[in-house]
Design a protein around this ligand. Structure first.
Ligand SMILES: [Zn+2]
Length: 255
């Protein structure tokens, strides 16, 4: 079995095609999919899709692009939401300075509030980090050893990956590890401890080679597993089994 630990199959890119996407995933042994919410609307979608098909495990979070001065109300909404709905993680949440970097303090407050919820409700956290490595690390550091989670679609250095692992986090790799020029991601894939490694698609974004540039979907996570197996000189089934067990442990999934 393989688990896609980060998917947005509720995205409009999949309109009319979700059932076929699920079938194609199952055909290649992808039998569990973490369906990641990131806004009020998508948190609802993750829950409703998960009621339709048992392949899905929903999460709820507020992406840094949702950060506003209303963050305290938004955190209250999220707490209420996770109390009313079964979710397997908080997130995705984090810091993203790529598009907007004039609201860093609000982004940090929204992120920190979600780490507090993870602590209070004993849930893992899915962390989104873009162009904000050091600030993300600083916000997370006080929670070291107290919360667990994953650095999703990790694209940073091997050195920082090891630091996030020390905080109690897993490293999840997606399509970019298959790109020819992704030297650092390949280094991370070959070097981090196997018991800290997860795989994902982040679909519909970031399709792996040879689908780069087109719509990604959960079945393509197999390409990520194959690439890591090749880099580590291991079998595809070993990497599948190890990353699956890691995902089951982190998200407390039923077997
Ligand atoms: Zn995502």
């Amino acid at each position: 079995m393989i688990i896609d630990t980060h998917s947005h199959l509720f995205d409009e890119a999949f309109t009319g095609d979700v059932k076929d996407c699920i079938k194609r995933a199952k055909d290649v042994n992808v039998n569990k999919i973490i369906l990641v919410g990131f806004s009020k609307e998508t948190n609802e979608l993750a829950i409703s899709y998960s009621k339709e098909d048992s392949i899905f495990y929903p999460t709820a979070g507020l992406h840094p692009s949702e950060a506003s001065l209303n963050y305290q109300d938004d955190l209250k909404y999220l707490e209420d939401f996770i109390c009313k709905n079964k979710v397997y993680a908080i997130g995705e949440c984090g810091l993203d300075y790529h598009w907007v970097s004039d609201n860093k303090e609000v982004q940090k407050a929204l992120f920190k509030g979600q780490l507090d919820l993870a602590l209070k409700y004993n849930l893992p956290v899915i962390v989104h980090m873009r162009d904000a490595t050091l600030d993300t690390y600083e916000v997370m550091k006080p929670y070291s050893g107290k919360i667990r989670g994953v650095m999703h679609c990790y694209s940073g250095s091997l050195e920082m990956a090891k630091e996030f692992i020390k905080l109690g986090f897993y490293i999840s790799l997606g399509g970019p590890v298959t790109f020819k020029n992704a030297k650092e991601s390949k280094r991370v894939a070959s070097s981090i401890p196997l018991d800290k490694l997860l795989v994902e698609t982040d679909c519909p974004y970031l399709a792996p080679t040879p689908y780069r540039g087109s719509r990604n979907e959960s079945s393509y996570v197999v390409r990520v597993v194959e690439e890591i197996a090749c880099l580590r000189n291991m079998s595809v089934s070993d990497i599948s089994n190890i990353t699956t067990q890691n995902a089951i442990n982190l998200f407390n999934l039923e077997d």
